[in-house]
Unconditional design. Structure first.
Lengths: 116, 116, 116, 116
């Protein structure tokens, strides 16, 4: 299955439940934020080693992946609502980031582009 | 370009800057959460009509799409770090949601599955 | 009970459980973000009228207040860790906001100061 | 200045700008979430040592405190909108947490109460 077929399945799932009425762009943004918090909760209070342990364990990793799937689902549904192509907007953003973060300046540093 | 080619480009971008060292799963989760907040900021204090106006305007919509691209980028990089396939984890989650939200119960309501 | 007495109680609760070791500033920031997401979840997918109904109902309102309490608790514990006085930092920020948002420009508009 | 006097000042600031119309509970919740993300951004990509360095440096610490002040401000304004007393709801939540996290079980562990 490719990305467009997957998006069609997500929309089909949504429409079978008559949920388009709830999927306003601001609500989808909030839903993404909530799912991102659930993802973060898996790593809360954990040391760097414990984080590694968490994703190294098959069962824990699949729980983390499930939260990530939620984020991706709502993100793809928002892309659908905005009528934009996910691969296209990421490709466009990558071009912007190439200018914001030129290799020679950004290499090996996590500094934000505004302070590079 | 398909999704796997896109992920390869994201990883290439990251590696050219030697950023893998920063992309710990917990940090990527936090980055997603921060980008989700930036997405939400576009809709903050806005009425439902103003939200519609925002995404209906071409320039505003492309700003919103840019934030969405950031969320998707970090999400795909996290999937890469977890060694999971984005399309597969979404398909798996969709199956779980089909059980959590059966059409006959979930149709037309935004109630959470725990209270359906 | 005044605010300082309350903070002492929060610290006492924490120390009785030997939790200071977990309360690193970045973790407390993440905890606040997670609790803020739980707060938002109460309003997710809801129309403006449903939001009003939610906080107008005594039982629902107390659930919302409980999430708010979580945010405040972690925020006060972070202030304690940073060794700053909550009332003082808010008073300072209010002065900054008075300059960022002069009454004559900001009155009746939700526009961000960068665009006022 | 005590907490109630501070809240009065926050409400006065808001009313001078005619902002009550924007301060719906869901919007305030979103504002808190956005400010929490800005707080997290100060620690993004940082190692435990770098986090310590950040809050140990006076200038950086005051920047972090400013984000915390934003979270507290919106939280206090939401408490005001919900017509609840911040100190009271925190005291109530502390009682709940004392039951959820009994000292003998919770001591020295960051495990969630559902798994204690």
């Amino acid at each position: 299955m490719d990305l467009n077929q997957l998006i069609s399945k997500l929309v089909e799932f949504r429409d079978a439940r008559d949920w388009k009425q709830f999927h306003k762009p601001n609500h989808l943004a909030t839903a993404i934020s909530i799912e991102a918090a659930e993802l973060q909760e898996h790593f809360l209070w954990k040391s760097p080693d414990e984080v590694e342990g968490k994703v190294g364990d098959e069962h824990s990793c699949s729980e983390v992946a499930e939260e990530l799937a939620d984020i991706l689902m709502f993100s793809l549904l928002l892309a659908h609502e905005l009528n934009v192509d996910p691969i296209e907007i990421i490709t466009d953003k990558l071009k912007i980031n190439e200018i914001k973060y030129p290799v020679e300046k950004a290499r090996g540093t996590a500094t934000k582009y505004t302070e590079l």
